[in-house]
Design a protein around this ligand. Structure first.
Ligand code: SAH
Length: 226
């Protein structure tokens, strides 16, 4: 990613985590096809460097995925922006369920744009760190749960939209059952080597229609908790 070179003049300084670095990232996202100004504005203001380890903070505004421990990654800013945009295109969802809290960054982006985000993560330590970030940023409209997200979060269902941020073959049936009428499911699905970003929306007859939004690369959706 050439974002790294764009940032080198600031090496060692505060600039690596500054507003200028975020402005440059947003310019990149815009040039790579992100159009929703609400989404761009959230990425311009939300401090992504607070969602990764301090040792990697200097790379926070590169348009790249970064490791967050436990073999997991914080998604690339472009994919976070694209998925958020694709979710908002289907109207204004009030209640959104996210599967795979990870660093918490995607949940935080959504929290600025919808009423309530429900986010489920299977790795307890990642969830603990994400919750701390939500508190620090006063994002009090994010509810979290330590569980196998393939089961969804039935007690709080139905959801206007469900966003899956780890890759499975198909959206799990339990998740689809927790979708409100007319709701949207979005996530990376398909065989491991052929992941596609798919969006499922109900047509007038209530049948889920599948839209292919392009090739993506995500860590796998795994069952159980740890
Ligand atoms: N949305 C995250 C992306 C993290 S990567 C972010 O913005 O940082 C995907 C995450 O999904 C990982 O943290 C992984 O542990 C989690 N995950 C994988 N399978 C899961 C499952 N069945 N239930 C809940 N979380 C799951």
């Amino acid at each position: 990613m050439n974002g790294h070179h764009a940032l080198t003049p600031d090496a060692g300084g505060q600039g690596m985590t500054s507003q200028r670095a975020r402005d440059r990232l947003v310019a990149t996202l815009r040039s790579e096809g992100i159009k929703d100004t609400r989404v761009l504005e959230v990425l311009r203001t939300l401090p992504r460097h607070l969602f990764i380890d301090e040792a990697l903070a200097a790379r926070a505004y590169e348009n790249t995925a970064l490791p967050i421990g436990f073999g997991q990654t914080i998604s690339q800013p472009w994919i976070v922006a694209r998925m958020t945009e694709a979710l908002l295109e289907s109207g204004a969802p009030a209640k959104v369920l996210e599967i795979g809290t990870g660093s918490g960054y995607q949940a935080a982006v959504l929290a600025r744009l919808v009423s309530t985000v429900y986010s489920v993560e299977r790795i307890e330590e990642l969830l603990r760190q994400a919750r701390r970030r939500f508190r620090a940023l006063k994002l009090d409209n994010i509810r979290t749960r330590h569980d196998d997200g393939m089961l969804g979060w039935s007690a709080e269902a139905p959801y206007d939209a469900i966003i899956v941020t780890a890759a499975g073959e198909l959206p799990p049936a339990e998740l689809l059952a927790q979708l409100a009428p007319g709701g949207t499911v979005l996530g990376p699905f398909g065989p491991p080597s052929e992941q596609r970003l798919l969006r499922f929306r109900a047509d007038a007859g209530g049948h889920l229609q599948r839209e292919d939004l392009g090739a993506v690369s995500f860590v796998p959706l795994l069952s159980g908790t740890r």
